[in-house]
Design a protein around this ligand. Structure first.
Ligand code: SF4
Length: 276
């Protein structure tokens, strides 16, 4: 693999890496210490709001290809202390390779956190037992039918939440701080009072926080971001119910490298026989 292109703004550094079979995949360096790595070429989950999954999966990345995103960035002179498995792909759907890369990073003394939709649940259970530095379960809707529309591939919400609950039961309040529900606020779609109320109930029952994510609008996608007022209202709604709530940090809401904006083969012609 080799670095193909680097695009930077004041906060983020988007690194496009080319694979041996001529695909390109992206990682993002942000906050001056964290590399968000991709785990798959494309994504089979095809979340309705996400550019990374728009065209489905091409193939899994190998463990070497996941590790290379880190190695190439280090060789390029950047300092990395944390790895976020939060780029293109669902880490649990490429679990063996992700696990191998995880242990490699751990041996290097890096902290590793994960963003996941929680499917497959067998891999989710294993992830929860790893010495990770944080797991955010992407919920995005508290309504089974609506969640299926937003996150089409996966198990019922109840089952995924059941796995998380089982794990959290044995943990202290301090350790639970490493766990969050990820909730991407989509204007007029999942931000009604009853949905936020249910979200607060779920977080309260699990004893974990909510990471309230602001949507990065993507051309051709039928979703709008929330206004600052809507975003603040949702934040206060949860906070006033005693939920530890964090907002999208400024690195995650950039045009360059913001959540849901990473792509396979952004800047080049498709190689022959490529479906993306
Ligand atoms: S949000 Fe994550 S799981 Fe969903 S399509 Fe995008 S990369 Fe895949």
């Amino acid at each position: 693999m080799k670095i193909e292109t680097v695009i930077e703004d004041q906060l983020n550094r988007l690194i496009e890496v080319r694979t041996e079979d001529s695909y390109t995949v992206e990682s993002v360096y942000y906050r001056g210490d964290t590399l968000c790595v991709s785990t798959q070429l494309g994504c089979p989950v095809r979340c309705a709001f996400c550019a990374s999954g728009k065209n489905g999966l091409v193939r899994n990345l190998t463990a070497e290809e996941i590790i290379s995103q880190y190695e190439l960035s280090v060789a390029d002179g950047i300092e990395i202390r944390n790895i976020a498995f939060a780029g293109i792909g669902e880490p649990l759907l490429n679990w063996e390779n992700v696990k191998e890369a995880f242990w490699y990073f751990k041996e290097k003394g890096l902290k590793c956190s994960f963003y996941t939709t929680g499917f497959p649940t067998k891999a989710f259970r294993e992830l929860l037992e790893l010495p990770h530095s944080g797991v955010t379960l992407s919920l995005h809707s508290v309504d089974e039918k609506k969640r299926k529309q937003l996150i089409p591939y996966g198990e019922p919400l109840e089952k995924i939440l059941g796995v998380l609950k089982e794990h959290l039961n044995g943990l202290s309040k301090r350790k639970r701080k490493m766990y969050n529900i990820g909730y991407l606020l989509l204007g007029g779609v999942n931000d009604s009072d009853w949905e936020l109320e249910r979200l607060a109930d779920i977080a309260k029952e699990l004893g974990i926080g909510v990471s309230l994510l602001k949507y990065n609008e993507i051309e051709g996608f039928p979703f709008r971001t929330t206004t600052d007022e809507e975003y603040e209202r949702a934040f206060l709604f949860l906070k006033n119910r005693g939920i530890r709530t964090t907002l999208s940090n400024r690195y995650r809401t950039r045009k360059i490298g913001g959540c849901g904006t990473l792509m396979v083969n952004r800047l080049r012609e498709k190689p022959e026989n490529q479906s993306v």
